[in-house]
Design a protein around this ligand. Structure first.
Ligand SMILES: [Ca+2]
Ligand SMILES: [Ca+2]
Length: 302
């Protein structure tokens, strides 16, 4: 018979294990993430329960527009998973399968290697037609994933009974492909720090009074000013300036200011500005008074 101390320790162990499990699944569940990715609430919730987080104990349910709440979401949700410090936007994973003669034999699983969760499963039977192209797409948080494709007969999907093949795209890039395998084959891809950074480029063509211009780029989730150009950066009249910097994908606000209050166009020359996010023009102009701002983010199809 066990003594009471042992029992208490056992109970405590079980409880702490349960707590750990709850926090992990709350943080990572992909459906939760997808439906709540703009709210930040679920992510923060998971973070609050995360016993490993340095800053645990804060109110993880913070309004994403609230500066402090937003920061905690990022720190707790990702700092413990490899140093990422902001809530990521979603990325898409696409799985293309071209079936061979025995379409029914194919199944596959996508596993988040950070959590160990199977986040997407396709069973035998999903592919019903021979020699047919199938495409499935779903949104996930940036992370590291393993794709495992299986064949029930053990002869892959190429080439003894037709030229079947599969292809997996992570955030628009082919990360796994093939067709010749036996019972199964797997590939790991993605990264634990989210997708590659995107570039923000700010072009300014100055007017007669370049010294009046300054601007800031703010991460709207954290509230942090992530890039600031003070007055004086632009010193030459009627001159084109270009600045480029890398950031994690997210939502940003660009605010350009004019110290005189007459913008950079058109009373003193035809100045203009243009902001490119990941290669796309997201803000431009020249006619404003004291300041003007624009908020933008990358596309994210659920
Ligand atoms: Ca087969
Ligand atoms: Ca001006």
């Amino acid at each position: 018979m066990k003594d009471p101390t042992t029992i208490i320790i056992l109970i405590a162990t079980v409880l702490s294990f349960a707590t750990t499990n709850i926090s992990v699944s709350a943080r990572i569940d992909s459906d939760n993430f997808t439906s709540n990715r703009n709210g930040g609430g679920n992510i923060g919730n998971g973070g609050t329960n995360n016993s490993g987080g340095d800053n645990a104990g804060g109110n993880g349910n913070g309004n994403p527009n609230d500066k402090n709440g937003g920061r905690r979401v990022g720190q707790l949700g990702y700092a413990t998973q490899g140093g990422c410090i902001s809530p990521p936007p979603c990325i898409s994973i696409q799985v293309d399968v071209f079936t061979d003669k025995w379409a029914y034999e194919t199944s596959w699983t996508l596993t988040n290697t950070v959590t160990g969760d199977e986040v997407w499963t396709v069973e035998n039977g999903r592919y019903g037609d021979q020699y047919t192209q199938y495409t499935d797409t779903k949104s996930f948080e940036p992370s590291e994933y393993t794709f495992e494709i299986r064949d029930a007969w053990g002869d892959g999907i190429c080439c003894s009974a037709g030229e079947g093949n599969y292809e997996v795209m992570y955030d628009g890039e082919v990360v796994a492909s093939g067709g010749e395998f036996g019972r199964s084959t797997r590939t790991t891809f993605g990264g634990r720090c989210g997708p590659p950074p995107i570039q923000v480029q700010v072009d300014v063509l100055t007017d007669k009074w370049p010294g009046e211009t300054s601007w800031t780029l703010t991460n709207t989730v954290t509230g942090d000013e992530v890039w600031t150009v003070e007055r004086g950066r632009y010193s030459d009249q009627y001159t084109q300036y270009t600045d480029t910097k890398s950031f994690e994908p997210g939502e940003y606000t660009f605010e350009i200011r004019d110290a005189w209050g007459d913008g950079i166009c058109c009373s003193e020359g035809e100045g203009q500005y243009e902001v490119m996010y990941d290669g796309e023009v997201v803000a431009s102009g020249g006619e404003f008074e004291r300041s003007t701002r624009m908020t933008f983010r990358g596309s994210c199809n659920a």
